[in-house]
Design a protein around this ligand. Structure first.
Ligand SMILES: Nc1ncnc2c1ncn2[C@@H]1O[C@H](COP(=O)(O)OP(=O)(O)OP(=O)(O)O)[C@@H](O)[C@H]1O
Length: 346
């Protein structure tokens, strides 16, 4: 199990002593990735989800908080000693082309990490070749075809499968998929999502799925938890199906109201919330950063209290965690029917 508590990250520009241009990317985030489970971080661009994914994968430092991997608190270790722990968490980037070295064939891309793995586990060089073929087979590629090829000779979907195969060379416990299908041709996306789900089933690897897209998050982690992030704060979290079917935070409701219609003729629930995208960014700029709910300037249900006080996840009214296992940071949590519902075609 991997967990994080109170993760804070602020980006500061060099020389910005007064912190005038600092960006509060994460404001005290808690999360748990259960063994073999699938969770998702969801939110609009800039909310901090990529930064959180990078911190979890050990690719970015954080200012406050603790990451615990398999019961070991990372703050108790020196950077070098943290590396084998973070290696158990592999990040899959959204752009498979930039993730692969264009001057190296697939064979070369897999050979180096496998050679290291062979050394660690006392295996032969023959094993390296066999394992490369096995991993490519596992991600649905024909080793004979892809091994001698360079990234540019493969489709976007194939490249992403190679990136996933490379991540698997170290036998990870967790795959962090950051918008893993957003730069892939639409027709190939479902195949990659299905592959991630299959890998979880076959290998028992946990998935952390980072996205702005509710539908794919649901596909990947319907049985896991969803964390809705707004401006660096988790505003609602809990079982994915509960969050999608009975969201209580107005931001989650806005995200869900904005889901495109998927099947046949559908209409949004009667209580649809104004999709936040239709609000101006000027409204966002009105947020007073040190007080009040971060979502208040865009919230159609805000009250005077919301502009004065900041609700904390789990502390807000009512009690800590409701019967559905969901926590939220809102003073006025009300279930609203916002997701699209099926209606009869005329
Ligand atoms: N290296 C950096 N230096 C300064 N600011 C950064 C840096 N990385 C991220 N940020 C800022 O931190 C905030 C969170 O960024 P992050 O990339 O984590 O968001 P995101 O939700 O993943 O967005 P996207 O989906 O667009 O990648 C943003 O305001 C971003 O501009």
């Amino acid at each position: 199990m991997i967990s994080g508590t109170g993760i804070v990250k602020t980006f500061r520009q060099r020389g910005d002593v007064l912190g005038k241009n600092e960006v509060k990317a994460l404001r005290g985030v808690d999360f748990t990735i259960p063994e073999g489970g699938a969770i998702s971080f969801i939110g609009e661009s800039g909310c901090g989800k990529t930064t959180l994914g990078r911190i979890i994968a050990g690719l970015e430092t954080h200012d406050e908080g603790e990451i615990t991997i398999g019961g070991v608190a990372m703050s108790s270790l020196r950077t070098r000693a943290q590396q084998p722990h973070f290696r158990r968490i592999q990040l899959i980037h959204q752009d498979p082309y930039s993730a692969l070295n264009p001057t190296r064939t697939v064979h070369q891309a897999l050979h180096d990490p496998l050679k290291l793995r062979a050394r660690e586990t006392g295996r032969s060089s023959q094993w390296i070749y066999e394992r490369a073929e096995e991993l490519l087979g596992l991600v649905g590629l024909d080793p004979g075809y892809v091994l001698p090829r360079y990234p540019h000779q493969l489709s976007g979907g194939m490249r992403q499968r190679v990136v996933i195969a490379r991540a698997l060379t170290v036998d990870p416990d967790v795959l962090v998929a950051d918008e893993a299908v957003s730069m892939i041709d639409v027709s190939l996306r479902l195949g990659i999502l299905r592959l991630l789900r299959d890998l979880r089933e076959q290998l028992g690897v946990s998935l952390l799925y980072i996205t702005h897209d509710v539908a794919t998050a649901r596909y990947i982690g319907a049985d896991g938890d969803m964390y809705v992030i707004y401006r660096g704060q988790v505003v609602e979290s809990g079982p994915t199906e509960t969050i999608i079917n009975q969201p209580v935070h107005p931001y989650t409701q806005s995200l869900l109201s904005a889901i495109p219609v998927l099947y046949g003729v559908e209409q949004p629930g009667a209580e649809q919330v104004t999709p936040i995208d239709s609000l101006t960014t000027a409204a966002v700029g009105e947020t007073v950063d040190d007080a009040g709910c971060l979502f208040a300037p865009r919230c159609p249900f805000r009250t005077e209290r919301c502009t004065r006080e900041r609700p904390v996840l789990g502390d807000a009214v009512p009690a800590l965690q409701d019967a559905e296992g969901r926590v939220h940071a809102c003073f006025h949590p009300i279930e609203r029917q916002v997701a699209a519902t099926s209606v009869q075609a005329p």
